[in-house]
Design a protein around this ligand. Structure first.
Ligand code: ADP
Ligand code: TYD
Length: 208
């Protein structure tokens, strides 16, 4: 049996972790017991160590290409060690971010070019793409405001508002390019309303 892969995308603070928890619970209540939750950058010991380097706010001199390659290397380890084996065993994988984050943050907001970023990542993802991507659409200012209340901001979150606005806009244009896979939801709605919309999209792919 082929597994199912769902990724959650959106600007910082758009509610991805909140919604992943609710979706996991929903799927468990429906009887799916093999649900793997992971996050990017991270999800393995090595990928979490790379995350520590990428998000360290002292590393202000990090070049954009270095940044893009570090995200891709964290992803390569996660795909080989967690995502690919889980999907081969027929499990459901839900990931807090995947390659679309690199397309938007590095390809668009850092202006490295979406094509270049996918090229680097081709090697890392081994042909694996999500069956469904939920895009939580939120104005940049709102997301960063939520993050500020939650914890100390990391190297990416400390970028200027202009950067985060490019990210929010980048997601909107990426979603338009793949409307079948990437489903956009207004993330200014209540947690419950967003969850209900996510469930509707997940049901669509489960019933396929
Ligand atoms: P992300 O994982 O995308 O960074 P989180 O799920 O951690 O986002 O949410 C960031 C903050 O916003 C948390 O404090 C969370 O409780 C809050 N939050 C999440 N969803 C909503 C929502 N729909 N409306 C208002 N606040 C929300
Ligand atoms: P995450 O922990 O999901 O942050 P948040 O909870 O604030 O949304 O992701 C870490 C940061 O890394 C976030 O600012 C987005 C960024 N990022 C990229 O720039 N490129 C990538 O490929 C990934 C996976 C994340």
């Amino acid at each position: 049996m082929q597994g199912i892969f769902i990724s959650m995308e959106g600007p910082d603070g758009s509610g991805k972790s909140t919604q992943i928890e609710l979706l996991k619970k929903y799927l468990e209540d429906k009887g799916y017991d093999e649900i793997i939750i992971t996050r990017e950058p991270g999800g393995t010991v090595i990928s979490e160590a790379i995350r520590g380097i990428i998000l360290n706010k002292d590393y202000t001199e990090m070049g954009y290409m270095t940044e893009a390659l570090l995200y891709a290397s964290a992803r390569a380890q996660l795909v080989s060690q967690v995502i690919k084996p889980a999907l081969e065993e027929g499990k459901a994988v839900i990931s807090d971010r995947f390659v679309d984050s690199s397309a938007v943050y590095q390809g668009m907001a850092r202006a490295l070019g979406v094509e270049n970023v996918y090229k680097i990542n081709e090697f890392a993802i081994q042909g694996i793409m999500p069956n469904l991507t939920i895009h939580l659409d939120l104005p940049a200012k709102v997301g960063i405001g939520r993050k500020k209340e939650q914890a100390e901001l990391d190297r990416m979150e400390l970028e200027a508002l202009d950067f985060h606005e490019k990210v929010a806009e980048g997601y909107r244009s990426l979603a338009k390019l793949s409307p079948e896979r990437i489903r956009t939801i207004d993330a200014t709605m209540s947690i419950e309303d967003i969850h209900n919309q996510i469930v509707a999209y997940v049901e669509q792919i489960l019933n396929k």
